[in-house]
Design a protein around this ligand. Structure first.
Ligand code: F58
Length: 790
């Protein structure tokens, strides 16, 4: 498509799809018109992909996920279709700023963090590789909350990405399924019958996901909840206006918000309803498609592979058994085997508090038939695998990890270390019973979004140096290594980074009013705020550094800009206190003339995919400092390394594999190993001992206790200080001395810019393995038995 063709398509949509004259069109209108002009180019490959899948009778992959953190879609589609030059020029000729048009698109924030973003990267890779696949999830009306700060405290507001039309989706009113809840189970002569007490309708919305160079497009199908009953006109006419709308409002509650607060019984029930809602609708849809092609339900595992993204869709196991047994009259044991042959489960966490379990009473109340089947599945497992009963039901709780494991063909972890720990800890008993079931698939990231699109400066240098084609063959970045010894290449690499940093500095000045120097080291930690991710340790380092600079102002300190980004879960009190502390520390440090130009702290609110796309290319240092054994993998760590940031990190999650690949000389390692963490926790007074051994740490905690960051309110952050001294479960204190020491080595290393650039370039050259294309190939070969259809 030429620039002129695109231009006339934009104008055509502006007039005929939106009824706007170019003279009166706003940025939004132009963005919508450009989106539809681009979307038109996606439709033909999309239809073609569906046709080829049917014709070739290809095995289909279904990725069930409560979350898809896709972010913006317009530029992604433009770049994948190779239309970026045409789109930029067309906008220019129409008198528009291309960047401004792109920036008008709201982020589709249908996820919390890494798990949801991984699902989005996987969709991109599945399409790029031409593997017939569907993503299934929920079309939340309100995605992840919008974060702002009021006097340093996090404030949450409802996010409303659907308040304007979403140009990428196609509503499918004809694709809808009834999903039942509650009710009773009748045991008849011909088996069990579930009479649901309530029913909502799941309606489909499809978004095409176009792969690299437009060769293939898969579908993301999201479900929206609707009432089954029609609007009650009689009630309305009796004057009961709210009552007449009630059934609709209640049904819609299910797809209203991402991750409803589940601290109340009602919230818990709603979350379980969401899980069953989208899982049941997806399975009904998968089986409808299956029956349109095949007659033998027993051959399901041959033609269909279903991946459960964590345990949120774990009810798929009992639901599939229910359909096979109750509706297709397959013997129970056979039904269980067929379900097991079809389903696979990815685990994303070992944190005990994050492992899902549901109260047996709630499960029986909401899904009586499923609860009965869970008991039978448990019996079957005990019978067939020398297992003890009660692996899935324990002390009145249904453990969804165990249930997913028992009903999975394969179970995978998301980094080598995590998979190893899964075998040794949460699933040790099940692993002994089924030693071939657990395998590893280290996470990956799509290089299209996370290098090609977000970092055009570095991408251009890469293409100039090694030619094109690395975007879907990221191992080719290895070819850069031969150029790292070339001073000209290093200078160009440094220049690309500097340009990205200057762009970020301009933005931060515009949004936050803080001036930062692009020559200073940009030191970034962006991710959800969590105690195990240890943003608290990072802010302690800030405090200690501020204190050290004030004590020794004459020293030639390496200038640093500390950038934080991330949201705390609304009900996670300590995480919110950490947010507050970072903001308070930033205020004090940034106002202190003694440290000006040497240390600056920035915490832009509302970290999201779009902000990540701006921060990642501009980082010099990537903070990956979780307590070893706690971060399942991390994917931000990969994005930063790929874009030429050096990592300061622990041996946790995929950091281990990043370090192995980029080389220990190009990675700043500190802290305890996962085994040492377990030992250390058993030492009485480990925190006190560590504080006594580190004067920097001791002074930093004293500053917090003295109220240095709580103007007029000295006890403001005392709780965090107490936590550090007396309940330091995540071993911030015990790792601090090592962190501080290595951080000073980082300062030193940054002074030798050319050496730093060499290390950074080696990170880029050696990160090709972290492409999600490699991850998806691993799933396809080792888990799904699926092959590309192109
Ligand atoms: C993340 N999990 C892991 N969970 O923490 C991270 O190490 C890993 O790289 C990533 O998955 C992808 O494998 C994660 O993001 C959640 O967001 C939960 C979703 C359900 C509610 C609680 C948080």
């Amino acid at each position: 498509m030429t620039k002129d063709e695109l231009k006339s398509e934009i104008l055509r949509h502006l007039a005929f799809s939106f009824g706007k004259d170019a003279a009166h069109a706003q940025t939004r209108d132009w963005r919508m018109a450009l989106s539809l002009a681009i979307r038109d180019r996606v439709v033909t490959p999309w239809f073609e992909s569906t046709r080829k899948t049917y014709e070739g009778r290809h095995k289909r992959v279904y990725y069930l996920s409560m979350e898809f953190l896709i972010g913006r879609l317009l530029q992604d589609a433009i770049v994948n279709l190779g239309l970026d030059d045409a789109a930029r020029e067309a906008c220019l000729e129409l008198g528009l700023s291309y960047d401004q048009v792109l920036a008008d698109e709201p982020d589709a924030a249908l996820g919390n963090g890494g798990l949801g973003r991984l699902a989005a990267c996987f969709l991109d890779s599945l399409s790029t590789l031409g593997i017939p696949a569907y993503g299934y999830g929920i079309r939340y009306e309100h995605g992840l909350f919008r974060q702002s700060f009021h006097e340093g405290r996090q404030v949450e507001q409802a996010e409303d990405w659907l308040s304007q039309p979403h140009p990428w989706e196609f509503e499918r009113p004809e694709v809808c399924y009834g999903v039942g809840f509650y009710g009773t189970v009748r045991e008849g002569e011909d088996g069990a019958h579930w009479d649901a007490g309530d029913m909502v309708v799941a309606k489909a919305y499809d978004t095409p996901i176009i792969g690299w160079q437009g060769r293939w497009a898969n579908t993301l199908r999201l479900w929206s909840a609707q009432s089954r009953t029609q609007f009650d006109l009689a009630r309305f006419n009796e004057g009961q206006f709210a009552g007449a709308a009630e059934p609709e409002a209640l049904a819609r509650t299910i797809s209203r918000v991402l991750y409803p607060n589940d601290s109340t019984p009602q919230g818990k029930e709603l979350r379980l309803k969401q899980e069953y809602f989208f899982t049941a609708a997806s399975l009904a849809d998968i089986l409808r498609r299956y029956h349109s092609e095949y007659t033998d339900i027993r051959a399901l595992p041959k033609h269909v592979a279903i991946q459960l993204n964590d345990t949120h869709p774990a009810i798929a196991g009992p639901e599939l058994v229910r359909i096979l047994h109750d509706e297709h009259w397959v013997e129970l044991d056979d039904a269980i085997e067929i379900a097991r042959g079809t389903l696979n489960y990815t685990n994303h966490t070992l944190l005990p508090e994050a492992l899902e379990s549901w109260h047996e009473g709630l499960m029986r109340h909401l899904l009586p038939r499923h609860m009965r089947l869970i008991e039978q599945i448990d019996d079957w497992h005990a019978r067939t695998s020398k297992g003890r009963k009660m692996s899935t039901i324990d002390h009145g709780q249904v453990k969804m990890g165990e249930l997913s494991f028992v009903l999975a063909n394969k179970v995978n972890g998301v980094s080598a270390l995590h998979t190893d720990l899964m075998k040794k800890t949460v699933f040790s008993e099940l692993h002994t019973l089924h030693p071939d079931r657990i395998l590893n698939q280290t996470n990956g990231i799509t290089p299209r979004r996370w290098l090609r699109t977000c970092n055009p400066t570095l991408s251009a240098l890469i293409t100039d140096t090694i030619g094109s084609g690395w975007e879907d063959d990221l191992d080719r970045l290895e070819d850069l290594e031969a150029h790292v010894g070339d001073a000209g290449f290093r200078a160009a690499f440094a220049e690309a980074k500097h340009a990205n940093k200057a762009r970020l500095a301009n933005r931060i000045r515009a949004i936050r009013g803080v001036s930062i120097d692009p020559d200073a080291m940009f030191d970034i930690q962006v991710k959800r705020i969590h105690e195990y991710k240890r943003q608290l340790m990072n802010v302690l380092e800030v405090i200690a550094l501020w204190d050290a600079i004030r004590r020794n102002p004459g020293k030639d300190w390496t200038p640093r800009v500390k950038i934080f980004g991330g949201k705390a879960a609304p009900g996670y009190h300590t995480a919110k206190e950490i947010v507050h502390l970072i903001n308070d520390v930033a205020r004090v440090v940034n106002a202190d003339e003694d440290v000006a130009g040497r240390l600056t702290v920035v915490f832009p609110p509302n970290y999201n995919v779009t902000m990540a796309e701006r921060l990642v290319p501009a980082a010099d240092l990537s903070q990956q400092i979780s307590t070893a054994g706690k971060e399942a993998s991390g994917t931000g760590n990969m994005k930063f390394a790929l874009n030429g940031a050096l990592t300061i990190g622990t041996l946790d999650g995929a950091n281990v594999e990043i370090r192995e690949r980029v080389g220990d000389d190009n990675f700043f390692l500190f802290g305890m190993t996962a085994d040492e963490v377990v030992e250390r926790r058993a030492v009485p007074d480990h925190a006190a001992e560590a504080i006594a051994a580190s004067p920097e740490l001791a002074r930093a905690i004293e500053h917090i206790e003295r109220g240095s960051f709580g103007p007029g309110e000295p006890d403001r952050h005392r709780h965090l200080a107490n936590l550090l001294r007396h309940h330091d479960y995540f071993l911030v204190c015990s790792d601090f001395a090592s962190y501080w020491k290595v951080s000073r080595e980082v300062d030193e290393a940054y002074r030798d810019r050319d050496r730093w650039t060499r290390m950074a370039a080696l990170n880029t050259a050696r990160s090709g393995w972290f492409s999600s294309d490699r991850t998806i190939r691993g799933y396809a070969e080792e888990i799904w038995g699926a092959t590309p259809a192109i």
